[in-house]
Write a protein that binds this ligand. Structure first.
Ligand SMILES: CC(C)(COP(=O)(O)OP(=O)(O)OC[C@H]1O[C@@H](n2cnc3c(N)ncnc32)[C@H](O)[C@@H]1OP(=O)(O)O)[C@@H](O)C(=O)NCCC(=O)NCCS
Length: 150
């Protein structure tokens, strides 16, 4: 399978919304995705698997802190390294843009995502109680901070 990572385009939105709906209880709408395309401080990436839209992830740059959101891969493409490829590119582009610390939140029960984030050096720095709805659940707040040489 050939995996390509590139920036989000208008033509990806319909399929990404479908992937959101199968993956999250409170999915983003096509309008939410369209808003992103116009925001300079947001970076959104899409993964194509043999040319098909397979997933996405996003980064908001707030004063050189990168907030990662909407990491998602379509069910039929999971566990084939696409999530890893998306995050690798996103973090690389974020670092090129001067981001020194990345953060994200994840449901405490989401072992697959937590495993993936830990592979990139994210560590848990706190719990936000009942952050999520449908169903209510705590969020694990994870950070990946650049280690500066002494
Ligand atoms: C999280 C998600 C994006 C990962 O995408 P993916 O393309 O499957 O990720 P990868 O294939 O690169 O890596 C998955 C890793 O999780 C591991 N994994 C799979 N099931 C697991 C489980 N139940 N518990 C722990 N790890 C698990 C895989 O073995 C793999 O790790 P490895 O490379 O060390 O073997 C995908 O599962 C998804 O879209 N989930 C639904 C949406 C979601 O929860 N997004 C995160 C919101 S914070």
């Amino acid at each position: 399978m050939k995996i390509e990572i590139r920036e989000l385009r208008e033509e990806d939105i319909e399929e990404l919304s479908r992937i959101e709906s199968e993956s999250f209880s409170m999915p983003w709408s096509p309008g939410d995705f369209r808003d992103l395309l116009s925001r300079e401080y947001c970076m959104y990436l899409v993964a194509l698997a043999d040319g098909e839209v397979a997933g996405c992830c996003g980064l908001t740059n707030i004063c050189r802190e990168g907030n990662i959101d909407n990491v998602v891969v379509a069910e039929r493409f999971r566990n084939q390294g696409i999530g890893h490829a998306l995050l690798e590119r996103l973090i690389c582009l974020g670092e090129e843009a001067g981001i020194t610390a990345f953060t994200l939140e994840v449901r405490v029960s989401n072992e697959t995502a937590i495993h993936l984030y830990e592979k990139f050096g994210f560590v848990s720095e706190g719990i936000r109680p009942r952050f999520y709805e449908k169903p209510a659940e705590d969020a694990n707040i994870m950070w990946r901070r650049k280690r500066f040489a002494k």
